[in-house]
Design a protein around this ligand. Structure first.
Ligand code: ASP
Length: 297
């Protein structure tokens, strides 16, 4: 798909060049190629289905308690098997991690990618791809080491299979992993990530500071990240997430009353300005309205 888009845009350019020399004869052909090109772009944008959770588990709850029904609703009843990528797990073994997820998402068969002979083939035949939380740097390192970045992108963006991520698994769905809260325990070859979601994201977002401790607050860290990246950042408090479908997205939150109220914040890129506009989305309803995916561009 990517190659066909490149060929088409090159062809468009050549047509445009000849058009400027030969005039109207090429008008029609040019029109159809531009039309076809944009249709392809729209199809690619519409296909992606993402469920990006700030966190899997809320304090005092069992594993995946708040998010299980959200995952089940997102996947529907036709899904049987989920390909689970446990690479963010560092102090937990990948078998243990897979078993934990199997128990929580008991409606599905969970296939751990670390168990298969050929990981690329497993991604190629997956019905759903699910990436769990842990250390984001370790996760991206392992995705790169196993040559999984482009094949995962292809499956989500071109084939339209669903993607579920939480914490580190949501971080790697972004353009890069630069707004993770994690330490770089290992250095991936680049911080560029899956680029399924066109912004940065900060999971486990909190404005709490520790009394008598001088370290930077989360707000300060995100201001720094914005200053350097000049890209919108979505800050998701625990118990919230983002669903992307049909070229649109909505925020959602837990229903558990003890965690409310919850507000999602966005450091929004503003045209011709280096400073962000800070938007607040108080989550009065369980879901926000649907918004165009490019609204923060
Ligand atoms: N360590 C987090 C997780 O996956 C990710 C983050 O905070 O950036 O749970």
């Amino acid at each position: 798909m990517k190659i066909s888009l490149i060929i088409l845009s090159a062809f468009d350019f050549v047509l445009f060049f000849f058009h400027s020399i030969f005039g109207k004869q090429l008008n029609l052909i040019y029109f159809w190629f531009v039309y076809y090109y944009y249709c392809l772009l729209i199809v690619v944008t519409m296909k992606r289905r993402l469920l990006l959770l700030s966190n899997s588990t809320l304090f005092g709850q069992s594993y995946f308690e708040w998010s299980k029904s959200i995952v089940n609703d997102f996947l529907g009843s036709s899904v049987e098997t989920i390909l689970f990528i446990p690479f963010a797990g560092v102090t937990i073994s990948w078998d243990e991690y897979k078993n934990l997820v199997s128990k929580a998402l008991d409606r599905y068969k969970i296939q751990g990618i670390h168990e298969v002979e050929d990981m690329v083939q497993a991604v190629n035949s997956a019905q759903v791809i699910c990436i769990g939380g842990g250390n984001t740097f370790n996760l991206l390192y392992k995705l790169q080491e196993n040559n999984l970045i482009s094949i995962i992108r292809k499956r989500i963006l071109e084939d339209g299979i669903p993607y579920i991520g939480w914490s580190a698994g949501s971080n790697v769905a972004c353009v890069d992993i630069g707004t993770t809260n994690d330490m770089p325990v290992i250095w991936p070859s680049t911080d560029s990530a899956l680029n399924l979601f066109p912004y940065n994201l900060n999971p486990h977002y909190t404005e709490a500071t520790i009394p008598n401790i001088n370290g930077e607050s989360r707000i300060t860290r995100l201001n720094e990240a914005f200053e350097v990246k000049q890209r919108s950042i979505v800050a998701l408090p625990e118990g919230t997430g983002i669903k992307v479908e049909n070229g649109k997205f909505q925020f959602f939150r837990t229903e558990l009353p003890q965690y409310l109220p919850l507000t999602v914040k966005v450091w929004k890129k503003v045209k011709n300005s280096k400073k962000p506009e800070i938007l607040e989305y108080p989550m009065e309803e369980k879901q926000s309205d649907w918004k165009q995916l490019d609204i923060f561009s």
